[in-house]
Design a binder for this molecule. Sequence first.
Ligand code: EPZ
Length: 422
Amino acid sequence: MQKLAIQGGTTLHGEVRISGAKNAALPIMCAGLLTADELHLDNMPDLHDVATMRKLLVQMGVTAAVEPGAVTLCGAQVDKLEAPYDMVKTMRAAILVLGPLVARFGEARVSLPGGCAIGSRPVDLHIKGLQAMGAEIHIEHGYIHAQVPHGKGAKRLKGARIFFDLVSVTGTENLMMAAALADGVTVLENAAREPEVVDLAHCLIAMGAKIEGAGSDTIVITGVEKLHGARHRIMPDRIESGTFLVAAAAAGGDITLTDARADILENVLEKLQEAGATIHTAGNTINLKMNKRPQAVNVRTSPYPAFPTDMQAQFMALNCIAAGSAMVVETIFENRFMHVQELRRLGAQIDVEGNTAVIKGILQLEGATIMATDLRASACLVIAGLVAQGETVIDRIYHLDRGYEHIEAKLSALGANIRRIT
Ligand code: EPZ
């Protein structure tokens, strides 16, 4: 089991290049199932989840030619329409093969994703949407078995009007991909507006899909018979960007993110300025300066463009050592406070009542041995380790490797005293 050892107390200085977005790369890789042509993806992040998704697609018959920071997928020889439990259980995003497989091949068997640390995370909206488009779906032995009934013509989904009871990012992505090859027009209402949904739409449009309204809560997709290959550059990771900015706001210093985008981080940047950081953005760089103790900031998670749930844990770490008290309200997932217990081991003063945590900032956290429980909680613990006095050792950092490319190398380059130990 690998761990991270961090000596707290260093400030952060210098430049860090932001990698391609995990939550854009994963759905866009699944778009490779929608065509028999080659899909070439640039700015691919080197992440465990990306490797898992690639393995899943390859075992279905997709070819994947990997180069540094890029991959060329080809879905010409797909011959296995199944996503097995042992691959889905480690990465919920595997559900994103469901829409493309049903749309192009008229059939799919995808393991129901188990729950995960942060919540039960059902996929009922994905299933309801495909049923609305004409798929027959049976849940049997833990698998979703979807089929398009053998009509007279080809087994093809039909366009439909679909209203999401809840805003679902991968639900929107799955159904947008399915609708791209459906017969007729599909309207997704109350769709997710996340930038990763927009990046997927841009890739699909480059492949010949007809999509309007991506980025708004109503997306209209006019199905086409076939999609062709394309080249697409994955957008920068806004959560990795936010994570480094919060780390510098907590530890103090002066860092510049490169290959980043400020326009998709407005809410997070506003919160960091409220905490006392000075921020300058220019082109694809974001600079943050912080030379004093941060002010506590309240956050309430909500779908984009409101404050992202994937940044909640990081801001809780900042609030642990901020001046004043703050409330953190998590409205998206029912169990996304796993980091609270670990932060308390470092001396943090946090009270939790339901989906609300109240953090009373203290001057100094004390280093200790703690444990990562999920991806963004691990990032929170790294930030806490950077500001704690003495050494913090974080166990189970495989969670971190799922979503952050070489985080200890990037932090060391900024002056952090952090090393990986086995
Ligand atoms: C995506 O997960 C992201 N993952 C998550 O990032 C992110 O936290 C989440 O969106 C919210 O922004 C990827 O994009 C791969 P949802 P997703 O469907 O799509 C409920 C990270 O750290 N819901 O938007 O699974 C659900 O339980 C990960 O990178 C249903 O009830 O999230 C949740 O309460 C963690 N039924 C809410 O909707 C459904 O069919 C939002 O979930 C689908 C979702």
